[in-house]
Design a protein around this ligand. Structure first.
Ligand code: HEM
Length: 469
């Protein structure tokens, strides 16, 4: 039964030479696989294959093939490869890893929570939370890393469960995270959460049977939203702070743009973004430069497929090499440089005459029917926070070693978890003027009634924090 094991079957896309039995296992790095995959894509092209013993891995680094294969044939590409450990710890109920009817029910429910229309109902609390972030930065700028995480966890708690987390330490957020981390599961505790505040998740519970959800599935859904939704968006904002601190010219230009539109007599609102093309370009460039999930999440094929004359057997694991596309020298001028301007001269930040077939601006959210269901929520948080931060604060990198290196793009400076973000770093954050600081305090006072609607379940120490802060 070992005969042929590890070797590449004829008809598969090309790839690095294999060894008997193990295939390419010995060449796979344990960390930062996207860098090796990107090197291989330069050698073997927009689609290549690897063998891990008898398992076939397909890596796609061509936007055209992502469109034709992963987006258009999403029905046969939308499964996930089996993952034994997470399946044991979550009973197969974790949406990002789930398959078959369980995935269908969970996906329908999450989409209901996060449609564009549903997200517009979350705007007031997102806006109020973004205002608290400015206020937090005024009061304790050195803790910016945690303030950003708190905000994102709090938004997810409010949108999913109807209550917020006003501070980071000993908060509902940390309790949820510790439950999630220790048990690999997160239960919805109805006794703790009054019906009146459980406005959204309650909808899901109400329709539980229609959606085909068990009580356990509802619990896991909440956990996945909080974990997936907050870690990714917080890591994005950490990457933004890093980029903007290391590139003072970009920061100054963005501030000129926002000053011309808004000045210092009011805080930004969500409608302002339409008139801020350079800031829009910064948002895209941060996604491109430091890709959150460089290989997305793996997909799996449910039937035999052919693409561009290659055979892709049923059960193959397929990665989209988002990092490789965003850092392709064929597509981008000097991809290793943080340069938002590239998005002012072309829609996808590509160089003149690049072949942009199949490119889209949201590759970082994945593909096909598995595309990130949290994209609207993430986008609106990102837009609001980036406008606020550039309007209200000056950022300078505090650590001279980082400043001299210009920008730490080295993979070892990044976390390797669910979403790639910089490890904690020091940054000096100061309000741009006393007038800006006063407006931030005023905006926070105005945001308090919205925030307090989600504060009916605070612990006494959280209550004291809210009163004193
Ligand atoms: C900047 C922020 C975010 C980025 C870059 C991001 C990126 C991604 C990516 C690449 C995938 C895999 C898609 C695929 O398999 O093709 C994904 C899946 C997922 N994301 Fe996000 N995400 C973000 C924010 C959020 C938010 C705010 C939520 C809110 C709940 C969320 C919930 C999920 C879920 C539940 C899945 C699994 C979907 C499935 O397997 O059907 N994400 N995300």
């Amino acid at each position: 039964w070992l005969r042929g094991k590890g070797s590449r079957e004829s008809g598969l896309p090309p790839g690095p030479p294999t060894l008997p039995i193990i295939g390419n296992i010995h060449q796979l790095p344990t960390k930062f696989a996207y860098l090796r995959f990107t090197e291989w894509s330069k050698q073997y092209g927009g689609i290549f294959s690897l063998k891990l013993a008898s398992q076939t891995i397909i890596v796609i680094s061509s936007p055209r093939l992502i469109r034709d294969f992963m987006d258009k044939r999403s029905g046969s590409m939308g499964d996930r490869p089996p993952s034994r450990l997470p399946d044991i710890t979550t009973n197969g109920l974790s949406l990002p890893l789930a398959s078959g009817p369980v995935w269908k029910s969970l996906r329908r429910a999450v989409q209901q929570l996060l449609t564009r229309e549903a997200c517009s109902r979350h705007m007031p609390i997102q806006q109020a939370e973004a205002t608290q972030l400015m206020y937090d930065l005024l009061k304790q700028p050195e803790n910016f890393f945690n303030h950003i995480q708190r905000q994102m966890i709090s938004i997810m708690l409010s949108t999913v469960f109807g209550f917020r987390s006003p501070r980071y330490a000993d908060s509902a957020a940390s309790i949820f995270f510790s439950q999630f981390n220790t048990n690999g599961r997160l239960y919805l505790n109805q006794a703790l959460i009054p019906q009146s505040t459980l406005y959204l998740h309650w909808n899901i519970i109400d329709q539980r049977e229609k959606l085909g959800l068990t009580r356990d599935m509802v619990g896991y859904l909440g956990g996945v939203c909080i974990e997936g939704g907050s870690a990714t968006t917080a890591a994005y904002l950490h990457r933004f702070v890093l980029c903007i601190s290391c590139y003072p010219d970009v920061q100054a230009r963005a501030q000129r743009e926002i000053d011309d539109l808004i000045g210092s007599n009011r805080v930004p609102t969500s409608q302002d973004i339409e008139h801020l093309p350079y800031i829009q370009a910064i948002i895209k460039e941060v996604h491109r430069f430091y890709t959150s999930g460089p290989l997305g999440l793996p997909h799996a094929t449910t039937i035999d497929e052919t693409i561009d004359g290659y055979f892709i057997p049923k059960g193959s694991t397929v990665f989209m090499n988002i990092y490789g596309i965003y850092h392709s020298e064929e597509l981008c001028e000097r991809p290793e440089v943080f340069n938002p301007e590239r998005y002012l001269s072309s829609e996808f930040g590509t160089k003149p005459n690049a072949d942009t077939t199949g490119l889209r601006s949201d590759l970082h959210f994945g593909s096909g029917r598995r595309i990130c269901p949290g994209n609207h929520l993430a986008n609106s948080s990102i837009i609001m926070n980036i406008m606020n931060l550039l309007w209200g604060f000056d950022f300078t990198i505090a650590d001279a070693a980082n400043r001299d290196r210009h920008i730490p793009i080295r993979p070892e400076d990044f976390t390797t978890g669910i979403a790639i973000g910089p490890k904690p770093f020091k940054c000096n954050i100061r309000p741009r003027s006393e007038k800006h600081a006063a407006l931030i305090c005023e905006a926070y006072a105005q945001a308090r009634p919205t925030l307090s609607m989600f504060e009916q379940e605070l612990t006494p120490s959280e209550q004291k924090f809210v009163e004193d802060w």
